[in-house]
Design a protein around this ligand. Structure first.
Ligand code: KG4
Ligand code: ZN
Length: 340
């Protein structure tokens, strides 16, 4: 029998999260706090993030335990995201989890943050078929943009990824240029709905090239150039909306092309899964759904709160890891190196 339930902590970026999940995937309680201290800076400040995790974790963990009707000693195992991510926050979360595990005499499980995103689609209830291996994962967030062949628990093959910015970063930069605030993805999407996606001719870097790498920095620069002749303080609405729509269309075209290539590289894929904050984008989701349908594959994207950084995915990855280790008579990985 697997240790259950798992209490997990996520602190790799600007979300402080805790969740308690039973071995069968039942979410007993969860909470995510998005830090507000970064807003004036228009991006995540690592030092602020680490200190905010340190301040928020004790009360957050207590609150999640209370809501699950549990005491610390009722927890079967403790897990934490141990990288990749911002090192200060990772150390805070991993050490909090290790201390808790030590105090209650339960195992500690180190979880890779990308692996947690990769396995979320398999959480019971997310997809009708439970996302059987192997599947293609598109991870698109503010920090990540990559295509991963998910072949099994602990078995991942990176097919391609960004050679410069992540897609979410490009959305955030374009939002900043258009004066929309941070984080900018949802604001760009809302504005794009009012604009003409053919209003501006924008480049689609790497489109048509072999493989499935991504590049967004040239697109970002092109948006800045289109804006250059305008007074940004008095930007006409149709220009702003047209640029947002043209930019979103360019991103969708790029991602669609890269995913077609990634699926060609993975002929045994049984499904397409998207995760990360940008996977919330409706236009992008529609494109991905179309691509999967044309190939007779299911497309799945976890609901938004499980698509962005959260602790449920960390708990679930720990559960899948423990199950895999048990089936092979291997020890539970309790000390992977913290990786920035
Ligand atoms: O996964 P996430 O919450 O955090 C990490 O970066 O790890 O992703 C946040 C990113 C931000 O860049 C945000 O602008 C983008 O996801 N995003 C979106 C949308 N919602 C969030 N981008 C495009 N369209 C959206 N609807
Ligand atoms: Zn993430």
């Amino acid at each position: 029998d697997l240790p259950s339930p798992v209490l997990a902590i996520e602190s790799s970026c600007d979300d402080t999260a805790c969740a308690i999940v039973a071995a069968d995937g039942t979410i007993m309680a969860e909470a995510t706090l998005t830090q507000s201290g970064h807003v004036p800076f228009g991006g995540v400040v690592p030092e602020i993030a680490a200190r905010a995790h340190l301040g928020a974790l004790p009360a957050l963990v207590r609150d999640v335990l209370d809501r699950a009707g549990m005491r610390p000693g009722d927890v079967g195992a403790v897990a934490a995201s141990c990288g990749p991510g911002l090192i200060g926050g990772l150390i805070v979360g991993a050490n909090f989890a290790k201390g808790l595990a030590l105090a209650v005499g339960r195992p500690f499980i180190a979880v890779n943050h990308i692996e947690a995103h990769a396995l979320t689609a398999r959480l019971p209830g997310i997809t009708p078929d439970g996302a059987p291996f192997p599947y293609l994962l598109l991870l698109v967030s503010g920090g990540h943009c990559q295509c991963i062949a998910v072949e099994g628990v602990g078995r991942y093959r990176r097919l391609g990824g960004t050679i410069d910015d992540a897609a979410g970063e490009a959305f955030d930069k374009v939002a900043k240029m258009l004066g929309l605030g941070w984080p900018g993805g949802p604001a760009v999407e809302a504005l794009a709905r009012q604009g003409d996606p053919t209003a501006f001719a924008l480049p689609r870097p790497l489109m048509g090239r072999a493989g499935c790498d991504f590049s967004f920095s040239g697109l970002k620069t092109a948006v800045a150039q289109k804006l250059a002749p305008h007074d940004r303080a008095a930007l006409p609405h149709d220009v702003a909306a047209g640029l947002a729509a043209s930019f979103q269309m360019a991103v969708s075209d790029i991602v669609a092309d890269r995913i077609e290539h990634a699926l060609d590289m993975m002929p045994d894929a049984r499904g397409l899964v998207a995760a990360g904050g940008v996977a919330a984008n409706t236009a992008l989701r529609a494109r991905l759904t179309g691509i999967a349908q044309a190939r007779g594959l299911p497309f799945a994207a976890p609901p938004l709160r499980l698509c962005t950084d959260n602790a449920v995915m960390v708990a679930w990855a720990a559960i899948e890891t423990m199950r895999e280790a048990a089936s092979r008579n291997l020890p539970i990985p309790d000390d992977i190196a913290l990786r920035p």
